[in-house]
Design a protein around this ligand. Sequence first.
Ligand SMILES: Nc1ncnc2c1ncn2[C@@H]1O[C@H](COP(=O)(O)OP(=O)(O)OP(=O)(O)O)[C@@H](O)[C@H]1O
Ligand SMILES: [Mg+2]
Length: 264
Amino acid sequence: MGDHGTLLSVTPVPTQPALRTSGLCKDFRGFRAVDTVDLEVAEGSIHALVGPNGAGKTTLFNLLSGFLGVSAGRIALFGRDITGLQPEQIAHLGVARSFQITSLFENLTPIEHVELALQGMTSEGYSFWRSHRSMHKFRPRAEELVEEVGLTSMAHRPAGLLAYGQKRALEMALVSALDPRVLLLDEPTAGMGMEDIDRTIELVRRIATGRTVVFVDHNMHVVGSLADRVTVLQAGTVLAEGTYDEVRNDERVVTAYLGEADHA
Ligand SMILES: Nc1ncnc2c1ncn2[C@@H]1O[C@H](COP(=O)(O)OP(=O)(O)OP(=O)(O)O)[C@@H](O)[C@H]1O
Ligand SMILES: [Mg+2]
């Protein structure tokens, strides 16, 4: 953020962070997977969440998206308290997430996947009976989204035939079909080779335009390329937070995480 002091004095609109958690906790039968996390994600930023396996990153995503109920603490989305809301309600408020594991319908084509996602967005929601006839109105937008993620040549082939990197690209098309204000990406480059990784970095950057993105990744090249800010989790707590250069030079982070990330 630059110095907008003069501007702000004329238009005193308080800017709320896209996401803010305070004292957020998640217990699994006595085991505290997320421990008193205070996280602030600036609107329009790309924010990375890193940390060793089991640090609580996916659990935190599950709390932010309402897939898990919180054990303690609050979550605010653009200043609005969303603690305890159902996943559909949070999605409706503009938060979309991707999953660490791919979950696609093997027999549907990329175009059909995206059309379903687009139809699910409309006020009618998805209806099996209506879908066949009304679906084609989403075709042009679906084609755009499929092209954006580089899948045009596979657009009409069953998703089961896609290579791994292509499946992850399709998932990216599905989350951007939701046109979210806030995007949560859980390990978008997991299991990818260098070429797919670099393509995904470009893709995330493009999708992030005008949005807020929080992503988890073990690959420090990805984190360094994309993240405006980095939060390091360890054993459920925030170990460090700052720019990529700040956290990677933080001794506690080097000891706890970055050393072993090379092998991840
Ligand atoms: N539903 C659950 N029930 C019990 N324990 C869970 C559950 N989900 C996660 N945990 C535990 O909570 C801790 C945090 O898990 P989480 O999946 O959030 O880690 P992560 O940071 O995403 O790890 P990774 O980098 O391996 O994906 C782990 O010890 C995990 O075993
Ligand atoms: Mg995880």
